[in-house]
Design a protein around this ligand. Structure first.
Ligand SMILES: NC(=O)c1ccc[n+]([C@@H]2O[C@H](COP(=O)([O-])OP(=O)(O)OC[C@H]3O[C@@H](n4cnc5c(N)ncnc54)[C@H](OP(=O)(O)O)[C@@H]3O)[C@@H](O)[C@H]2O)c1
Length: 338
């Protein structure tokens, strides 16, 4: 095992859109695990849109990173030194660790990774936090019923790709918005979406939605916000539910955009709009993990990861989320893991 580890730090806070200058790669000694801790060689790390909020000084739905802090998030890796009876060296685990070659994890906060169920990166996507967000967000907030129409924005991403498939498994008509032809073809081909709209090549989202969802929209799972959401609000049916999961179209905004207000469009449909945070369901994560793994095992849930190779490219992978570079879950391969 090497004696030093590279790790990414927040070099400065972004103004608007972040760029490479916000990140700094530095080297330090590989730490020793204290009692109850595991030293893990990171094989894959997760980059996620919510991390944009952590780069700001103000509150978002996760704690802000301090300037100079080591960046952290979901990781999958191998235990190389254990100071806990719960896990032994050589075991694969997932938890919240550093953007680094090696990281310490608290043994009480990690879960085992079973490569027989799925490859390691899936534990950061469909079998990880994004999968659980899709599961609880759709079923508990969206509450879809068979025969209803579910519309998903950011449909080809980590959360969206799982939402649409769960909606289809529940007997719904599913329509997705995504940003390329390759993505929309994946949605209607492999994932079983009934229709998909490429918002990058569509001028009139409302007209496209009226064709794709002729019976209107009963559930809208919103990952994105912006003009896509404006268009969906105009098509909401009576008693529609809107699950507000993310607003990535606005994460780099310095000020909240103003304009014609959309709330009147909620009056006639008596729509319910509810924010969701996956952490609210923490006591039920076991249920979601079990069901998601069972769907994957049965071939009912397709998962896909976009892998950027090399810890040194982690910021590129993160910035790529805002350009739509990923299909399915964006991960970074750090070590040459099997
Ligand atoms: N509330 C929670 O507990 C929770 C938990 C997890 C995630 N989230 C939120 O859920 C959303 C999806 O997260 P994820 O991890 O699954 O990310 P993701 O969808 O895998 O990646 C982000 C995607 O957003 C799309 N996008 C970027 N900028 C956009 C814009 N201006 N307009 C429309 N689409 C844009 C891109 O796809 P296109 O090519 O289609 O543009 C990109 O691939 C994010 O907003 C995230 O913050 C919330």
């Amino acid at each position: 095992m090497q004696e030093t580890t590279r790790q990414w730090h927040l070099a400065e806070r972004p103004q608007g859109e972040p760029d490479a200058s916000c990140f700094e790669l530095a080297e330090s000694d590989v730490p020793e695990p204290a009692p109850g801790e595991l030293l893990v060689r990171v094989n894959y790390l997760s980059v996620d849109p919510y991390m944009r909020g952590r780069m700001n000084a103000g509150e978002s739905y996760a704690e802000p990173w301090g300037v100079g802090d080591v960046l952290n998030g979901g990781v999958v890796g191998e235990v190389v030194d254990s100071a806990s009876e719960r896990f032994s060296e050589g075991e694969l685990v997932t938890g919240e660790g550093n953007w680094a070659d090696y990281t310490l994890l608290d043994a009480d906060d990690v879960a085992p990774v079973d490569p027989a169920v799925a490859d390691q990166p899936a534990y950061l996507g469909a079998l990880g936090m994004p999968g659980r967000t899709a599961y609880f967000g759709l079923l508990e907030v969206g509450t879809p019923k068979p025969g209803e129409t579910v519309v998903v924005s950011g449909a080809a991403g980590a959360v969206g790709s799982v939402v649409g498939q769960i909606a289809a498994l529940n007997g719904c008509r599913v329509v997705g918005f995504a940003g390329s032809e390759e993505k929309t073809e994946w949605l209607t081909g492999e994932l079983g979406y009934d229709a998909a709209i490429n918002y990058e090549t569509t001028d009139d989202y409302g007209a496209a939605l009226a064709t794709a969802a002729p019976g209107g929209v009963d559930v809208y799972f919103d990952n994105v916000g912006g003009p896509i959401t404006d268009a969906v609000f105009r098509e909401l049916n009576l008693d529609a539910r809107v699950a507000v999961c993310g607003q990535i179209a606005h994460y780099n905004d310095e000020t909240m955009p103003t304009g014609p207000r959309k709330l009147p469009q909620l009056i006639v449909p008596r729509a319910t709009v509810r924010g969701l945070l996956v952490s609210d369901f923490v006591t039920r994560f076991g249920e979601a993990n079990e069901q998601l793994a069972a769907w994957v095992d049965a071939g009912d849930l397709v998962h896909r990861e976009t892998v950027v190779d090399g810890l040194e490219r982690a910021p590129d992978a993160f910035l790529g989320l805002f350009a739509g570079d990923n299909i399915g879950k964006q991960v970074v391969k750090v070590a040459d893991a099997a």
